[in-house]
Ligand binder design. Structure first.
Ligand code: MG
Ligand code: MG
Length: 282
């Protein structure tokens, strides 16, 4: 996978990272709102309208809306949909596994994050879906904790893969890591170099420098990761119909440590649990 090898990582200043935190907080709070409001009987479009209103009420701009013609402010991916689901007339049902991806721009700076949840709450979820959601979230945090100045960016994917492999053994289930979609650099644009694969790749990879900002976003399937895009040209689904989970955060790495820009607590709790340095700025 040498295609990743020559990418450069653009370093942000402390002030620029603080500006990105403003966008990250709008995204994090929007996802918190969506998680609270998503319920049985609601269309994904209604959830999207809620999100767009929240983003604009917070003096931000939805970054997905109009992106290559995308018609939502969220991506809403239900059950066998892995990523890039278009908000529409689909009605959410109790027990659905819903992944919500959100992006917002504040003063030209982007934030990008995703969560997975069960409609109706965890008590409405199948045990295998709860395990999948937790395994995917844990793999995201393992990847985030592996981001460190002076180290290879590829440490992120190796940590994601090791976390998913360990979870599969612990849960006695087959989990697939989606390889066709990866994390990315982020800043003045949503998608920038470098790509951040969610699996181990050979080669040294770009070195993480102080001021690196990336979106880390594993997608994990309950079974084989083979997937395809629906006729709507956006929605990515598993070939087998198995369910999938997607988690994402925008993260800043400096020589002092990590600041998870889209996490409401800046990542403090999960970074501490992982033994990684929590280093908010400003
Ligand atoms: Mg995203
Ligand atoms: Mg992203």
């Amino acid at each position: 996978m040498g295609i990743f090898g020559r990418e450069r990582i653009e370093a942000k200043t402390d002030d620029q990272i603080v500006a990105m935190r403003a966008a990250g907080l709008v995204v994090g709070r929007c996802l918190e709102l969506c998680q609270r409001e998503a319920r049985d009987g609601m269309t994904t479009k209604a959830l999207d309208t809620l999100a767009e209103t929240f983003i604009r009420d917070n003096s931000a701009v939805p970054s997905f809306l109009g992106y290559h013609g995308f018609t939502g402010s969220l991506c809403t991916s239900v059950n066998e949909e892995i990523v890039h689901g278009i908000p529409g007339e689909r009605v959410l049902r109790e027990g659905d596994l819903l992944s919500i991806d959100c992006g917002a721009i504040v003063d030209g700076w982007h934030g990008d994050a995703a969560i997975s949840m069960i409609v109706g709450g965890r008590e409405a979820g199948r045990p295998e879906d709860l395990a999948l959601i937790d395994a995917t979230e844990d793999s995201m945090w393992a990847g985030i904790a592996a981001l460190a100045v002076g180290q290879s960016l590829y440490a992120v994917g190796a940590a994601v893969e090791d976390s998913v492999t360990a979870a599969a053994a612990r849960d006695a289930r087959e989990y697939g890591i989606v390889e066709d979609y990866v994390g990315h650099g982020i800043g003045r644009e949503m998608h920038m170099d470098p790509q951040v694969p969610n699996y181990r790749v050979s080669g040294r990879g770009p070195k993480v420098t102080s001021g690196t900002t990336v979106a880390i976003e594993p997608m994990v399937t309950l079974g084989p990761e083979a997937n395809h895009v629906l006729a709507d040209d956006w929605t990515v689904v598993t070939d087998s119909g198995a369910r999938a989970s997607h988690w994402e955060n925008t993260v800043a790495a400096t020589s002092r440590g990590l600041w998870v820009l889209t996490a409401l607590d800046g990542g403090q709790a999960r970074l501490a649990a992982a033994g990684a340095a929590y280093a908010p700025l400003g």
